[in-house]
Design a protein around this ligand. Sequence first.
Ligand code: IMP
Ligand code: MG
Length: 369
Amino acid sequence: MIKLDDLYFKPFISAEKIDAAVQKMADDIAADLGDEVPVFVGILNGSFMLVSDFVKKYPKPCEVTFIKLASYEGIKSSDDIQRLIGLTQDLTGRTVVILEDIIDSGKTLAEVHRIFKNENAKSLLIATLFFKPEAYKKDFKLHYVGIEIPDKFIVGYGLDYNNLGRDLPEIYQLKTTQHMTNLVLFGPPGAGKGTQANFLKEKYNLVHISTGDVFRFNIKNKTALGMLAKSFMDKGELVPDQVTIDMLEAEVEKNADAKGFIFDGFPRTNAQAEALDNLMKCKDSQINAMVALEVDDEVLVQRLLERGKTSGRADDADENIIRNRIKEYYNKTAILKNFYTAQDKYFGVDGVGSIEDITKRLNKVIDKL
Ligand code: IMP
Ligand code: MG
């Protein structure tokens, strides 16, 4: 991650990818223009790096010139485009190829068309390294597009934020998500996870994502992912991690302005924990802690037997079944305890006592994150 002025940016497109895109543009244009000697017109300032790399890759003779336009202030495209340096060369009968670093709203491009209207060029082709289709508001044809990108502010490879970042050889994207607190909540059956999750949700404004609920929701509503998951379940196979992760991602997307998430029932394996880390990274965030409620086995057995008397849940009535479920829990979660301990993110919290006391202990851990 890098900081330019007051904003943070994360790596987005590597120098190698840019190089390949520039190469492809040069090859495509050369193939289309045949033996014609084109005039490449770079739009300053942003396009200086592209033009330099591009003409080195262009396999045939060409001419190069620049015009200088300015429209951006900070991270917003402004309406007022200033012509700072205009055309200095006669283009009558020439094939002109505009080389743009990026096309966003298309306002700059409209100005370019205005400038070239009276130049009597034989043809005017538009080539841009980056293009934001969601931001584009004009109808001008773009003849060559290097890489399409989402409508998010980027810097590097000639592009700037407040004049900074033009020198970077790769592209960085503005980090927009706010800081989140993301917890993985664990606890053996009967530890009071559900109760505590509700308190945490309220106090920290978190969204509780229970994998079980997410699965049931997707299957019940026959979403594409739900049907996919079901197809594995119907065959008696485990649902692949990626399907589960995709469902969780959809939940995370649905709550784009959440202050954070409580993951409940996921991850269960190292591979899933890694996948969850990746998902969080894509959201410019991370898992901050695995919080595990720790309760002695005998206490759990007593609690569950007690609950069994009123809940009617068959698996809460039989002591052997209960003991097995608890054992299973420890077998399965030991790996995850190791995974998060290695990252200094494991926090065991004493889960015996009054509900309020346990909540207080959890708060103490989370407040320090
Ligand atoms: P448009 O006129 O809205 O199409 O924007 C084109 C100009 O805005 C480009 O030549 C850049 O100078 C600037 N611009 C657009 N998007 C970005 C961005 O994500 N980062 C940096 N500059 C940008
Ligand atoms: Mg530009």
